[in-house]
Write a protein that binds this ligand. Structure first.
Ligand code: GN1
Ligand code: MG
Length: 356
């Protein structure tokens, strides 16, 4: 079936005039859907990657429930959250005969987004984006399906890690004593942090799990924040995951895979801007335990990323796409440099939160 024929399987208003590819996502294939009489696209059609997301119906159910919850809270019902468009049979997706899953949502009119947060102002806006989203789902307490098993659960990551090191599939462990010691020397500390979630010290909340700035929309004229998009990885977890992953990416002065370690480090200026934005929505909502640990969340997720890159290198590069043979090792070292930079600034990071 063509994308156009698939688009026709959904409850779209008006007559479809054209379906055009949008961007080059690494995970899903995305299309813009145009209808007669409209210059702007009116819908987004996506083929959901069912290798990365083994249970697309559960994923769509998560997205539907959360967006309908957010809609009850926003004044602008069409632009304040994504709107899922059901298939003609009432399902939240359409499955083609070849086993692919497709879904449709409306195209939010008059919006813009940013590719990269490369200034404190944009870090602040990205922080507001996540803060707004977390505040809107603060009272959503029903469980969500676990879309990717143990995603930021370091206990589960250690289970995978121990098996990888033991299997030593790519015969690389013998040369990695130093890198492995980076992981092992922090194992207990990281487990102790995750245990705070397991034992309920950190409450369970709705998390987004992909908090880059390009996943938030803003009004293209006023610049006002509209909503969070790309909700495929919604899960029930702790806000630490979202804030930590944002800190890992927004505050890095170098690239995630920078071969020049001199460029890599955590920018305190970007950190402060992000936190200010985030806490402008969340400071009265977070518990004391959450606030006391927010700075450490950056260390936790960065550590997890060091582990995941190194584990993939040990496994022989099976998960992350690599551009050259040592790519995962270069990523490991760059993320480790970032981790050390965060560790040396951790006291100051936390102090800033205490002051706000
Ligand atoms: C993957 O490709 P992207 O940016 O959606 C990974 C994240 C990692 C990131 C590291 C589902 O995300 O967890 O932090 O790479 N997503 C998944 O670049 O594994
Ligand atoms: Mg993603």
């Amino acid at each position: 079936m063509t994308a156009l024929e698939i688009a026709r399987q959904f409850a779209i208003k008006g007559e479809i005039s054209e379906v055009k590819p949008l961007g080059e996502g690494f995970i899903n294939d995305t299309f813009k859907v145009y209808t007669k009489g409209n210059e702007a696209p009116q819908y987004i059609l996506q083929r959901k990657n069912h290798i990365v997301f083994p249970d697309v119906p559960a994923m769509m159910d998560n997205i539907y429930r959360v967006t309908e919850h957010i809609r009850t809270k926003v004044a602008d019902k069409e632009r304040g959250t994504l709107t899922i468009v059901k298939a003609n049979d009432g399902k939240l997706y359409y499955k083609t005969e070849d086993g692919n899953f497709w879904a449709v949502c409306t195209f939010i009119q008059g919006s813009k987004c940013y590719d990269r947060a490369d200034s404190p102002e944009l870090a602040y806006q990205g922080g507001r984006g996540l803060g707004l989203f977390h505040s809107q789902v603060n009272d959503f307490t029903e469980p969500l399906a676990e879309i990717i098993k143990g995603f930021h659960n370091i206990r589960w990551r250690f289970t995978q890690w121990d098996a990888s090191v033991k299997a030593d599939k790519a015969r690389r462990v013998k040369d990695l004593a130093e890198e492995i010691s980076w992981i092992e020397s922090r194992r207990e500390k990281m487990l102790a942090f995750w245990e705070k979630f397991e034992t309920g010290v950190f409450p369970t909340r709705v998390t987004h799990n992909d908090t880059k700035i390009s996943n938030f929309l803003f009004d293209d004229e006023s610049g006002d924040l509209l909503c969070a998009i790309d909700l495929d990885t919604l899960m029930s977890s702790t806000v630490m995951n979202d804030v930590g992953d944002a800190l890992r990416s927004y505050t890095n002065t170098g690239a995630e895979d920078d071969p020049d370690l001199g460029k890599v480090g955590m920018s305190m200026e970007m950190y402060k801007a992000y936190m200010e934005g985030y806490l402008s929505y969340m400071k009265d909502t977070l518990t004391k335990a959450e606030k006391d640990n927010l700075a450490f969340s950056g260390l936790y997720i960065t550590y997890e990323q060091v582990l995941r890159f190194l584990m993939d290198y040990i496994d022989g590069d099976t998960y992350y796409k690599t551009k050259y043979p040592e790519h995962n090792l270069v990523r490991t070292r760059a993320q480790y440099k970032l981790l050390q930079s965060m560790e040396s600034q951790h006291t100051e990071m936390q102090k800033f939160i205490d002051e706000i």
